[in-house]
Structures are given as structure tokens and as C-alpha cells.
Design a protein around this ligand. Structure first.
Ligand code: NAD
Length: 305
């Protein structure tokens, strides 16, 4: 397993690639032979303004290292324009890394409509718009690799980040992964931690220096490689450490035995220990693993109560 992972002939779109994590992804793809669309709107970290400077600088860096790249300055909300840049310049799209992001932290009760809408438009809607534009092309090619970007703030919650709601991206990814599977389109979600302008002043300075975006990029590259078979996964990456999440579910408890039997709130209360008991918990893989419906029977005529 010492052969180098290459992306020759592949076209990668990285959104928000003008700085931070996206820049590290774009540089890595560029150094491994991919043709890269460096997308960045170039606004502030709160999502205000725009500039072509950030994307241009990264394109320049890739080119001066011998790679191939082109800039795109559209917002991810105009996903079709970003995909068009890839098609016009390189004729295909193999990889989409949905990375563009902003922050508008507020405690929950203080979140304004704009704080909510802008975040959702960039993160969830933006990832949808770019991915929807690329998906038919990937389907036609019978190849595609898509990354959605979530956050530990979505997994665990984080004070002031209710509007960020980044686990919505996992919900999107789960179904894209199911629908993409038969076309060799994989979709995975990452929860990265990196020292960037978004985390400056939040992460302690010594940790900030340790958590270089370059430590997240290798996971993104592997997940986007044709040899990687994982799809529908959720992965965490920080400082060179990588891990994978999965669901865990209690065995649960049926509060009724028969079809059409009534269930009361008291029955739920009285079974609470069983419902929440993680002894013999298991890891459901999909809808097929969820409900032991076969345990429910028609009530026999002889049954009482
Ligand atoms: P960053 O601010 O350094 O980079 C984000 C880039 O996205 C910026 O260059 C910005 O101009 C661009 N961008 C913003 N809105 C855009 C839009 N509408 N269209 C196109 N580009 C746009 O931030 P980062 O820390 O590198 O974050 C990258 C992603 O990782 C984000 O989705 C963020 O939510 C997520 N994330 C980061 C961390 C972390 O520790 N840094 C943790 C969890 C999740």
C-alpha cells in the first residue's frame, strides 16, 4: 500500500477554497494531478461582501507548483455556475467538496432571521445547489465523489451555534449516498477541526497552531479517491487524527403486543428504563434494521385486557 494516491484526469471542485480548510484541499488535489476549480466568493467570515482575490491567490499557488486550476467567484448558491466553470474549462466533474462556510454565532434567543437564513443558504442550500448541478454529470460518467462538511457543533451542539445546524448536511449526504451508490457516486460527510479564520480567537493559540488545515486534507483526498469504497459515512478529522462515527441504538421496548392495542404515556414512563437501556445496543445500518414489527401480532380472540 505504498503507491501514491493520484487524481490524474480527475476534475475537482472545492467550494470556499480561497482560504482555510478549502485551500488545503485544493492545494493537495492540485499537487496530486487533479484539475481544480477553486471557488470562493471572497467575503467576510460573516458572509458580507465579495472579492476575487482569495480564489486567484490559490489558483496562482497551484499553477506555480505545476498544477492546473481555474478560479470561480460565484456564491455556492449559484451552484450551476460553479459546475459550468468546471465543464467549460475541463469538460467534466469528478469530485465536489462542499466546504464554503460562514459563521454568525448568537445565543439561540438572539438569532435574527438574517443570521439563520444566511447560514442556511450558504451551508445547506449551497451544498445542495452545487451537488445537484454536478450529480447528473457524475451519473453519466458513472463516477463521482462528494464531500459534505458538518461540524462537531452539529454532532454535540455548541453554545451560540444553533443557526449553524451543520448536521443537516449529514441528512443530505445520507440520501445522496443511497441514490448515488449504483452509479459509483459516493457521498461522505466530515466534521473537521482546523485553525482558520473561523476558529481564530475561539481555539486556544497553541491548539490553533497544531490544528493545521493540512491535517484535514488527507482524509478528504482519500474519501475522494476512486479506490475508497466508503460512502454514507461521517468522519472526524483534527490535527492528523481521524475517526468514524456510527449510530448506536438500544434494543428498545414495545409498549404494546397486539395490532391496534392502545399505548398510554404511562406505559412509556413505566418502560423508560428498558427503552433507554444500552445493554445489548446495536448499530443499525439502515431502515431495514430499524423496527422489529414482526413482534406485533393480531390479537387472538382468547386474549384478555
Ligand atoms: P474559512 O473562513 O477559512 O473558509 C471558508 C471559505 O468559504 C472562505 O474563504 C469564504 O470566502 C468562503 N465562502 C463563504 N461563503 C461563500 C459562498 N457563499 N460561496 C463561496 N464561498 C464562500 O473557514 P474554514 O474554517 O476553512 O471552514 C471551512 C468549512 O469547514 C466550513 O463549512 C466550516 O463551517 C467548516 N468547519 C470548520 C471548522 C474549523 O475548525 N475550522 C470546524 C467545523 C466545520
Amino acid at each position: 500500500m505504498d503507491s501514491k494516491l493520484r487524481f490524474d484526469g480527475k476534475v475537482a471542485i472545492v467550494t470556499g477554497a480561497g482560504g482555510g480548510l478549502g485551500k488545503a484541499y485544493a492545494l493537495l488535489f492540485g499537487s496530486r494531478g487533479a484539475k481544480v476549480v477553486v471557488n470562493d466568493l471572497g467575503g467576510s467570515k460573516k458572509g458580507e461582501g465579495s472579492s476575487s482575490k482569495l480564489a486567484d491567490q490559490v489558483v496562482e499557488e497551484i499553477r506555480s507548483a505545476g498544477g492546473t486550476a481555474v478560479a470561480n467567484y460565484d456564491s455556492v448558491e449559484d451552484g450551476d455556475k460553479i459546475v459550468k466553470t468546471a465543464l467549460d474549462n475541463f469538460g467534466r466533474v469528478d469530485i465536489v467538496v462542499n466546504n464554503a462556510g460562514i459563521l454568525r454565532d448568537r445565543s439561540f434567543a438572539r438569532i435574527s432571521d438574517t443570521d439563520w437564513d444566511l447560514i442556511q443558504r450558504v451551508h445547506l442550500r449551497g451544498s445542495f445547489m452545487v451537488t445537484r448541478a454536478a450529480f447528473p454529470i457524475m451519473k453519466e460518467q458513472k463516477f463521482g465523489r462528494i464531500i459534505m462538511t458538518a461540524s462537531t457543533s452539529g454532532i454535540y451542539g455548541n453554545f451560540g451555534q444553533a443557526n449553524y445546524a451543520k448536521l443537516g448536511l449529514l441528512g443530505l449526504s445520507n440520501t445522496v449516498a443511497i441514490e448515488g451508490r449504483k452509479y459509483n457516486i459516493h457521498c461522505n460527510t466530515i466534521a473537521p477541526v482546523g485553525g482558520t479564520r473561523l476558529t481564530e480567537g475561539i481555539l486556544p493559540p497553541d491548539l490553533f497552531d497544531q490544528l493545521k488545515p493540512e491535517y484535514v486534507a488527507p482524509l478528504v483526498a482519500w474519501l475522494c479517491h476512486e479506490d475508497c469504497e466508503d460512502t454514507g459515512g461521517l468522519f472526524e478529522a483534527a490535527g492528523g487524527w481521524y475517526g468514524k462515527y456510527r449510530w448506536e441504538r438500544t434494543q428498545g421496548h414495545f409498549c404494546r403486543k397486539y395490532i391496534e392495542e392502545e399505548v398510554t404515556p404511562e406505559a412509556v414512563r413505566d418502560s423508560w428504563e428498558k427503552i433507554t437501556d444500552f445493554t445489548d445496543a446495536y448499530h443499525p445500518q439502515g431502515l431495514q434494521d430499524l423496527k422489529p414489527w414482526k413482534e406485533i401480532q393480531a390479537k387472538p380472540a382468547s386474549a384478555t385486557g
